[in-house]
Ligand binder design. Sequence first.
Ligand SMILES: Nc1ncnc2c1ncn2[C@@H]1O[C@H](COP(=O)(O)OP(=O)(O)OP(=O)(O)O)[C@@H](O)[C@H]1O
Length: 303
Amino acid sequence: MSNASFPIKEVQLGIHKLSKSYHENHTALNNISLTLTPGIIGLVGSNGAGKSTLLKLIAQLERPSSGSIQLNGQDVAGCPQLIRQRLGLLPQHFAVYENLTAKQFLQYLAAVKQVTRKHVAQDISELLHALNLHEFENQNISTFSGGMRQRLGIAQALLGAPDILIFDEPTVGLDPHERVAFRSLLKKLGKDKIVLLSSHIISDLASISDNILVLARGEVCAFNTPENLLQHMEGKVWDIMVKTTEARQIETQFKVCDTQYFDNKTRLRVIHETPPTKCASSIAPNLEDAYLFYTAPCPAEAH
Ligand SMILES: Nc1ncnc2c1ncn2[C@@H]1O[C@H](COP(=O)(O)OP(=O)(O)OP(=O)(O)O)[C@@H](O)[C@H]1O
């Protein structure tokens, strides 16, 4: 497919049968195929599920063992620059130059990234404002708190107005106010950019993601809108109040996603296709239930 079939501003990433193995007998990512278009894609999965591996492959920081990535229909294998020049990246471990000020750091990175936009100084000033760092722009980064560093990391990813944004756990270290501000910034960005966002905090992704991508053991378990994921869970989440001794038995048979203890009773939130017990009542699902439905092993099967 040629680039001409896409509108000038539109960006599309095609991921085709992508696999990555770091060792002979361990596959970090197994045969993943996806099409990503502008919008916010929330990436979730347990530790080691393959989230960072997928993000690193898309960012052209690592090469796949097999499979391919296409930008607007063009295979990027021989030309990683195709993606790199349109990419903003906040890696999981973000390094800074401690002795530069926030403004100097962004100026330096703009030069490294060869940002050619006319008004780089104005862009930097706007980014410092958007991330609530303008008051500290002339302060050395060595004096910054963890949350301020993370915001600086987000600002540097946005330099040059890239149309593919990758944020690996961006909300780590942000206080609740900053999380809210970051979410509203993302909402604006997601209108015409592909924004890939990984997090362990499902509630952070629930309200802003256009689609949620669930990875487990290197494979895609689900890729759907939050609404469709919730709809799929209807009638599969149960509230059960039993004697504490009976609760133990239920825990060994079903996926239990919450447990509350009272005097001699226990309330369980259970995920199952059919009522797990006679006294189970159906309750409204949330995205955490959906996540556990796809990723948690069923205890009965594990035995
Ligand atoms: N450079 C590497 N060398 C060897 N194994 C690696 C390397 N990077 C990742 N892995 C392995 O690949 C698998 C997927 O790791 P990855 O970092 O992608 O998971 P993740 O979902 O991002 O996990 P986390 O939530 O803990 O960050 C893990 O088993 C991990 O140990």
